[in-house]
Ligand binder design. Sequence first.
Ligand SMILES: [Zn+2]
Length: 150
Amino acid sequence: MIHKFVEFIPENLEEGIIYITIKYATAVHSCACGCGKEVVTPLSPTDWKLTYDGATITLSPSIGNWNFECKSHYWIINSEVEWADQWSNEMIQEGRTQDRYEKSKYYKKEKSDLGDTHQDSKSEIKEEIKKLNLMMRTLRRMKEYLFSTK
Ligand SMILES: [Zn+2]
């Protein structure tokens, strides 16, 4: 994508060009998917941030054309259009993880309904008693050792 610093945004946008007007703090370009829709990105601390490194421009955050039929979503990084497919894949992944979490919660609940939790707490108590016994034995041995050396 080529950037052009202009005073006024032209009537007809050329594809592949991002027009930037500093005067009106706005960047305008024709949708990167080629659908021809006009994408207006106001530049402000609460809208888009434009970075110009002397050769290329970067816009952040990403451009999500949810209102267009194409619903395209991309970034303009160093004047290159980076499609945000990866991002939506991540979102799908996140959704799957959430699903797994819900499922495991569901199965845990089912297990406890079958009385497994009761069994678990029983063996947990047994484990605690074992630990206590071991501690007592260790203490007794320590006591014996201390008294025998004195
Ligand atoms: Zn489009």
